[in-house]
Design a protein around this ligand. Structure first.
Ligand code: 5AD
Ligand code: SF4
Length: 592
C-alpha cells in the first residue's frame, strides 16, 4: 500500500474512537459532540479546549497504543458476533456494524453522475463489506442509505436534494423497532458542500468525500451513536489501489477499472479539480492485477477510467522515474509545467491489452492534449483495443476555448481529428460540448455548430453551461448567456449532432461488425442487444447461429459472446442487424 494521506486520517480516526475503549456509549457521544462534526479537525485538545498539540502527542505517546485499543475492539466483536469478514482480518482497523447495534446492517447504495461514481460505489461497497455490512437492493429493508453524488452541474445537485426530500419521509416513517435509518452523502457533492449538507439537511448522518471511503465504517459507527459525522479530506495520493472493487452486477460482461483520480487541468468552468482533488495515478501492478482478475471471471470488456486517463503517469516504482518527460499532442498546451518521468498511458495500455486477447479495452475520459502517437500506434496494432475515442471538444470557437482554458484552438483540435482518422481508419468519435459558456456569442455558437457538422461524432453529450462556485469562471467571468438562449443553443447543437450521427451510423449498413452480447434487448426478449467496437448499441434477432467452431453445431448467443452481425438499418443511436455466427476477437481480426 502507498504511504498515503490515509495515515493522517487513521490517526484522526483513532482520536475520535478512543473513548469507545472505555465501553461507555454515553462518554463516546459526549466526546464526539464536543469534537464537532469533522474527524479531520477532531483532536483531544479541541475536545478540552486547552493545551498545545505537541503536549497532547506527548501524552498520547505515553498512553496505550493504537494496536492495544484496536485489539480490544476486535476481540469484543469476535466474542459476541463472529462475522466472516472480521474473523478473517483480525486487525481490521474499524468497528464492525454489529459492535454498536447487534446484527449486521444492510446498506443500500444509489449512484448518480459519471462512470467514475459507478467505480467509487464499488470501492465504497468493498470497504463496507469488509467491515461486515450486507448489501440490499431493496430500499425498504435498508438500515443505511448511501447516495454517491455528482456536482458537475446545478441540475445534478438538485436531483440529490429532491431525493433527500423523499428519503426524509422514508426515514421518518420507519418503525422505531427497526432502529434508526442512517443516510449518507458520498462523492463530489459531499466534497463541495462539506458540513453545509449536515446543517442544511438534518436527516443526513454521514458526509464522505471521494477520498474518504476507507473511513466509511468509522463514520457510520459514529452515526450509529446518534452523531453526524463527516470526512472530506482530499488526498494527494489516495488511489484505493489495494481495494478490489466489488462489481454491482457480478454477471456483467463489462467492467470499469479506475486507473487515476483527480484532475490538474483546471478548465475554467469545471468543479472537478475542487471536488476530486489533484491528479494521481494508481500503480500499474494493481491495475494489471484487477484486469487479470476480471479476465479470470470471464469479463469481456474493460473500460479504463479516470478524469484525464491519458495523462496517466505511474511514479510508484524507481525505474519508472527515469522515463522521458510527458509529450503533448501537436498544437496543445497545459496550464501546468510538463510533468517529468513516470510510466505513461501508452505503456499501461500496452500491458493491459496484452492480458487477455479476447477482452476488449476502452478508456474514458481522455483530454485531447495527451495523445502522443504511440497511443494511436498501439490502438492500431492491438485488435482488442477498441477503435473508439472520446475527444471532448467543449466548444468550436477558439475564443471560447481560450476562456475555458482548454489549451488548444479549434484548428489544433480539427488537425488532431484528421490525424486520428489517418492513424485509425474507421474510428468512432464522441465528445462533450458546453453551450452558452460565459461570453459565448451567436458567432461562437455557430463555430460549434460547424465543428460538430465537420467532425460527425457518433455520440455527443451536450450540456448547458452551469456556473459552479470556486471555479475560475465563477470568479473571473460573467455567466451572461440567458437560460433560454443556452437551451436553444443546446437544441441546435443536438440537431446538428443527430444529423451527423445518423450519417455516420448509416455508413455501417451492409457491413459486418463484431458485437459483444450484453443480454436481451429492452424492447423484446426475442432480440439480443450488444455493442460494436465503436460502443454503439446493436440489436439483432435471438436466433440459432453457427457456434463458430466449424463443428456444424448451432447455438443461441449468450451474454459475453462475440457475434458477427451484418448491419441492416441504423438510426442516430442504434444499429440493427442479422446474426451470422459466433466468433472471437482474434478470428474476426484475422479476417479484417
Ligand atoms: N457546466 C456544464 N457542463 C459542464 N461540464 C463540466 N463542467 C460543466 C459546467 N460547469 C461538462 C463538460 C465535461 C463533462 C463531464 O461535463 O463537458 O467534459
Ligand atoms: Fe474538468 Fe477539464 Fe479536468 Fe475534465 S479536464 S475534469 S473538464 S477540469
Amino acid at each position: 500500500m502507498l504511504p498515503s494521506m490515509h495515515g493522517i486520517l487513521g490517526s484522526a480516526s483513532f482520536l475520535c474512537q478512543r473513548p469507545l475503549r472505555r465501553t461507555s456509549q454515553k462518554l463516546f457521544q459526549a466526546w464526539h459532540s464536543t469534537c464537532g462534526l469533522d474527524s479531520r479537525t477532531c483532536t483531544e485538545e479541541d475536545a478540552k479546549g486547552k493545551g498545545s498539540l505537541e503536549d497532547f502527542h506527548a501524552k498520547l505517546a505515553a498512553g496505550p497504543s493504537l494496536q492495544h485499543f484496536l485489539q480490544g475492539v476486535t476481540h469484543h466483536v469476535q466474542e459476541t458476533h463472529p462475522l466472516p469478514a472480521e474473523a478473517e482480518e483480525a486487525s481490521a482497523p474499524y468497528l464492525g456494524p454489529s459492535t454498536l447495534t447487534g446484527p449486521p446492517r444492510k446498506v443500500y447504495l444509489e449512484t448518480y453522475g459519471c462512470q467514475m461514481n459507478v467505480s467509487d460505489t464499488e470501492i465504497a461497497w468493498s470497504v463496507l463489506q469488509k467491515s461486515g455490512y450486507r448489501r440490499t437492493t431493496r430500499l425498504e429493508e435498508a438500515d443505511v442509505i448511501l447516495l454517491v453524488t455528482c456536482s458537475i452541474r446545478e441540475k445534478a445537485e438538485q436531483t440529490i436534494w429532491n431525493r433527500l426530500n423523499h428519503l426524509k419521509a422514508v426515514k421518518l416513517k420507519r418503525p422505531a423497532s427497526q432502529g434508526a435509518l442512517r443516510i449518507g452523502i458520498l462523492g463530489c457533492m459531499a466534497e463541495r458542500l462539506k458540513e453545509k449538507i449536515l446543517d442544511q439537511e438534518r436527516l443526513v448522518d454521514v458526509v464522505a468525500g471521494p477520498d474518504a471511503y476507507r473511513d466509511l465504517p468509522h463514520l457510520l459507527a459514529l452515526a450509529e451513536s446518534g452523531q453526524q459525522a463527516a470526512n472530506v479530506l482530499l488526498s494527494l495520493e489516495e488511489t484505493y489501489a489495494d481495494i478490489l472493487p466489488i462489481q454491482t452486477c457480478p454477471s456483467a460482461t463489462s467492467a470499469f477499472v479506475s486507473i487515476m483520480r483527480g484532475c490538474d487541468n483546471m478548465c475554467s468552468y469545471c468543479i472537478v479539480p475542487f471536488t476530486r482533488g489533484r491528479e494521481r495515478s494508481r500503480p500499474l501492478a494493481s491495475i494489471l492485477q484487477e484486469v487479470q482478475m476480471l479476465s479470470d471471471q470471464g469479463v469481456k470488456e474493460v473500460t479504463l477510467l479516470g478524469q484525464n486517463v491519458n495523462s496517466y503517469r505511474d511514479t510508484s516504482e524507481v525505474q519508472f522515474l527515469s522515463a522521458a518527460p510527458s509529450r503533448l499532442s501537436r498544437g496543445f498546451s497545459t496550464i501546468y509545467k510538463p510533468k517529468q518521468g513516470g510510466l505513461r498511458f501508452a505503456e499501461l495500455l500496452d500491458r493491459v491489452s496484452a492480458i487477455d486477447p479476447e477482452m476488449r479495452i476502452r478508456f474514458t475520459s481522455p483530454h485531447p492534449k495527451d495523445f502522443p502517437d504511440e497511443v494511436f500506434q498501439l490502438m492500431k496494432e492491438r485488435h482488442n483495443i477498441c477503435k473508439q475515442l472520446h475527444l471532448p471538444v467543449q466548444s468550436g470557437s477558439t475564443r471560447v476555448l481560450e476562456a475555458m482554458r482548454r489549451g488548444y484552438t479549434r484548428e489544433a483540435y480539427l488537425e488532431l481529428v484528421q490525424h486520428i482518422h489517418d492513424s485509425l481508419p474507421g474510428v468512432t468519435l464522441s465528445s462533450d460540448i458546453i453551450a452558452g459558456f460565459c461570453g459565448e456569442t451567436e458567432a461562437d455558437h455557430q463555430q460549434t455548430v460547424s465543428l460538430i457538422h465537420e467532425v460527425r461524432y457518433n455520440t455527443a453529450f451536450i450540456f448547458a453551461y452551469s456556473e459552479r462556485q470556486k471555479t475560475r469562471a465563477f470568479h473571473r467571468l460573467k455567466d451572461d448567456v440567458p437560460p433560454d438562449v443556452k437551451h436553444r443553443r443546446v437544441k441546435e447543437l443536438m440537431d446538428v449532432f443527430r444529423e451527423g450521427a445518423l450519417q455516420a451510423n448509416a455508413a455501417a449498413v451492409g457491413h459486418m461488425q463484431v458485437v459483444l452480447v450484453e443480454g436481451p434487448s429492452k424492447r423484446s426478449t426475442l432480440e439480443l442487444s450488444g455493442r460494436n467496437d465503436g460502443n454503439i448499441k446493436v440489436i439483432f434477432p435471438d436466433v440459432e447461429m453457427d457456434d463458430g467452431t466449424d463443428s456444424g453445431s448451432v447455438v443461441h448467443a449468450q451474454p459475453g459472446d462475440y457475434v458477427l452481425v451484418k448491419i441492416s438499418s441504423a438510426n442516430s443511436q442504434t444499429l440493427k442487424g442479422i446474426a451470422l455466427r459466433r466468433t472471437t476477437l482474434r478470428e474476426s481480426a484475422a479476417f479484417g
